[in-house]
Structure formats: C-alpha cells, structure tokens
Design a binder for this molecule. Structure first.
Ligand SMILES: C[S@@+](CC[C@H](N)C(=O)[O-])C[C@H]1O[C@@H](n2cnc3c(N)ncnc32)[C@H](O)[C@@H]1O
Length: 222
C-alpha cells in the first residue's frame, strides 16, 4: 500500500482524534516542553509583547497557550490545515480565550496565508515541514516571503540528514526519518538552497530541539 504524503491527510484523521479528546496527541504530545522551547526560541530571537506572531501549522496551540498570555491581546495569529484543531486548543488550553479572537485562527494548508495581515514581526513553523516533502517546503517559502514584508524572523524546524538519498536515518532523539515519506529528512544544502532561492537569508541554529529536529532561522533578504 502507498504511504500517505502526510499522516494529517488521512481521511477523517482530525474528526476522529478530536472526537476522542486527543487534541494534544495530534501534535505529538510533549506538550509543556515543546511549547516552552518554542517560546524560548522566539524570545531569543527578540520577540516582545508588542510584536505580532504568526504560528503556521499551529495545531492545538501548544505554543499558542504560552504565546497568547505573553503577547498583547490580539497579537497572535495562527494557521493550520485544521481550524477545528486550533479552535479546540483555544477553547480548552487558553486561560483567557478572549485574548485571541477566533478570526485569528485561519484554516490553510497551502501556506498562502489567506486573511493574515502583512504586519507580522515573527513567524514560526514548528514540526510541520517534518511531515511534508521538500517540494512543499520550497513552495511554502516562496509563498510566505512576499506576504509578510515586515517579518523580522521566520523560524522553522526540519530533520536533516548528511546523505538524504542513502535511506532512513535514526535521529539523535531516536526518531527514524526518511527521504521519501513522513517523517521526512532533507540535506542542509537543499534547505539552504530553498531559502536562498525564495528570498531568505538562513542559518541552521545550534539549539537542541525535541526529537532531533534542527532549527532554521531565516530573515528576508533585501
Ligand atoms: C506536529 S504538529 C505541530 C503543531 C504545532 N506547530 C506545535 O508545535 O504544536 C503538525 C501540525 O501541522 C499541521 N499541518 C499538516 N500539514 C499542514 C499543511 N499543509 N499546512 C498547514 N498545517 C499543516 C497539522 O494539522 C498539525 O497541527
């Protein structure tokens, strides 16, 4: 049987998991740790309460439940392939849901960011490109660049392999990644080339992320 491009594309995946109350499991668990790390990455990149943050592929707001109380009300925006998942996170995980207007949660699986204001200061795409092929990463970087002209930093995570075509690879944290199915790994060269080719200056950051992911920090090239 052919592998699905992404587990999130399995028909009925979100409905079934949400019906079982598994909104935390859908995004991979390790709830508090992974949310904290994302907040730390953003704080290290200079995010302040008056900045605007876009969380792309935000899931059930594992980061949002920490970023929303930190940011000024209304300064957090999110997209995901499932709006129902984000709404569940807003309802269940936010201490003060009123700080996050519902219309800031936008369903989008194309990275076209429909309805997202161009005024974002920071954007993060955590644990999303790990489930998608390199062609999607490239297309996403091309789409995002002109839509967020004021962005100070785009942060995203990937799995890397020194020789992606050589086959599956066991990452530092034990996760096995693949060149041709999720979870995907890429070569650092390909990721950097995808960034440069779509108008970003990017570096791989020396920070330890869950499951052996690598953090890429990108700034818009002039
Ligand atoms: C591992 S979870 C990470 C969620 C969130 N970034 C976090 O760290 O908690 C991956 C998320 O990517 C979303 N996703 C998968 N494919 C997507 C796509 N093409 N566009 C936007 N979101 C997508 C899924 O719905 C899921 O919420």
């Amino acid at each position: 049987m052919a592998h699905p491009v992404s587990p999130y594309l399995v028909p009925g995946f979100y409905d079934s998991a949400l019906a079982k109350g598994r909104h935390r499991d859908i995004v991979g668990g390790r709830w508090d740790e992974t949310g904290r790390i994302q907040m730390q990455i953003l704080r290290d990149a200079g995010m302040q309460p008056d900045h605007r943050l876009l969380d792309i592929g935000a899931g059930s707001l594992r980061l949002g439940c920490k970023a929303v109380p930190f940011l000024n009300p209304g300064h957090y925006w999110a997209t995901d392939a499932s709006r129902a998942l984000m709404l569940r996170g807003r309802a269940v995980e936010l201490a003060q849901p009123d700080r996050l207007p519902e219309h800031h949660l936008i369903e989008d699986s194309t990275f076209a960011l429909p309805g997202v204001p161009p005024t974002m200061d920071f954007a993060i795409v955590f644990g999303v490109f790990t489930h998608l092929p390199l062609t999607t990463l490239k297309a996403a970087l091309i789409q995002i660049r002109p839509r967020l002209p004021q962005l100070r930093r785009l942060l995203f995570s990937v799995f890397l392999s020194p020789d992606p075509a050589a086959g599956s690879r066991r990452q530092a944290d034990g996760v096995v990644t693949h060149p041709d199915r999720p979870p995907y790994h890429f070569s650092q060269f390909d990721v950097m080339q995808a960034c440069t080719g779509s108008g970003w200056h990017a570096t791989a950051e020396p920070v330890m992320l869950p499951r052996g992911q690598v953090l890429i920090a990108a700034t818009p090239a002039p």
